[in-house]
Design a protein. Structure first.
Length: 129
């Protein structure tokens, strides 16, 4: 419906606690890939797995928005982000303890939240797409 999934951070990454995030993600695991897969196929398998783990739903039709490479934060020093957009059902019920308060908000309202840097950069990629 044109709104973005947002959530207040909890869980294992204490450096991001209480900040708001847009979207979910994680690492591509070795089990996401087979020797015959291309790198993009491995990434897509990882994204589908993360959707199931974090949101309890299947996600398809990913649209590449861009790449995040920032070195301002401790998190950014050890990660790179490949940002994709997808559509989610409005009644999605997150199934991960990493996600605190979850809500869908209009894109303009995200700027009123105290978001972590990666979300700020992802929102810029979304606006530029």
């Amino acid at each position: 419906a044109g709104e973005l999934l947002t959530y207040q951070r909890h869980g294992t990454e204490s450096r991001l606690h209480q900040l708001w995030s847009v979207g979910v993600g994680g690492h591509v695991n070795q089990g996401d890939c087979t020797p015959t897969m291309s790198p993009i196929e491995c990434i897509e398998c990882g994204m589908r797995r993360e959707c199931l783990e974090e949101l309890g739903t299947e996600c398809e039709n990913f649209n590449l928005l861009g790449i995040i490479n920032e070195e301002e934060t401790a998190v950014g020093h050890s990660h790179i982000g490949i940002v994709f957009a997808t559509h989610l059902p409005k009644d999605v019920t997150p199934s991960s303890a990493e996600l605190g308060t979850v809500r869908f908000v209009p894109p303009a309202d995200v700027t009123t939240l105290s978001t972590e840097l990666w979300s700020q950069l992802a929102i810029k990629l979304l606006h530029n797409s």
